[in-house]
Design a protein around this ligand. Sequence first.
Ligand SMILES: O=C(O)CCC(=O)C(=O)O
Ligand SMILES: [Fe+2]
Length: 219
Amino acid sequence: MTSSQRRTPLSPGTAQLDLLATGESAIDATFATAYRIQLDDTSWVEHVPGWLSGGQRLLEALLAGAGWEQRERWMVNRMVVEPRLTAEYQDVADAPEAELRTAAAILSRHYGVPYDGLWLNLYRDHRDSTGWHGDWSTCRRDECVVPVISLGATRRFLLKPRTGGRSVTLTPAAGDLVVMGGRCQRDWRHCVPKQTAPAGVRVSVNFSSRLQATKPSTT
Ligand SMILES: O=C(O)CCC(=O)C(=O)O
Ligand SMILES: [Fe+2]
């Protein structure tokens, strides 16, 4: 980590946890544990350990009830099967668990972005992954704020500059929130790499906003 990537706590450690009960889980609406890594002058990532506590029931409900699909995509000149499953809800009202709508509302208020959709990734084990990418389809603006909740197994979440260079490693555990902001989707890439160490199932909840997915008008 370079000096420009200091980890800065965002709230005093003495902040009271304001836990909002949502089903059997609870969300820290004060973001008391949040710290920010300034990736460069215009890009940042925040990690909020333990943002959602008691998420085991939510994980199990999503595994059983989300609309999981196996997607394929063109890579150069061949179709490849994505190494994970995905469930997408373009309208958060259709999301299967009320906790996800509560989370969207709390994130919208905190980051000032109306999160109205989400997609879920299911990493069945340590062999599943998401390759290096920027969230282009959901971020058409120069600056976007993209929150991701982790449920289940702890996996590594890496970021590296688009032009190359050293990567920054986060290890979000169950209930942790990772939020990418500023020009992160433009100037940085992120991934969840495969690993050799065995890992159980992980679900990530990625929030989207029609506002961020729309280019600002130039007139
Ligand atoms: O699973 C994660 O933590 C991130 C997934 C991701 O970056 C994506 O689906 O765009
Ligand atoms: Fe992404």
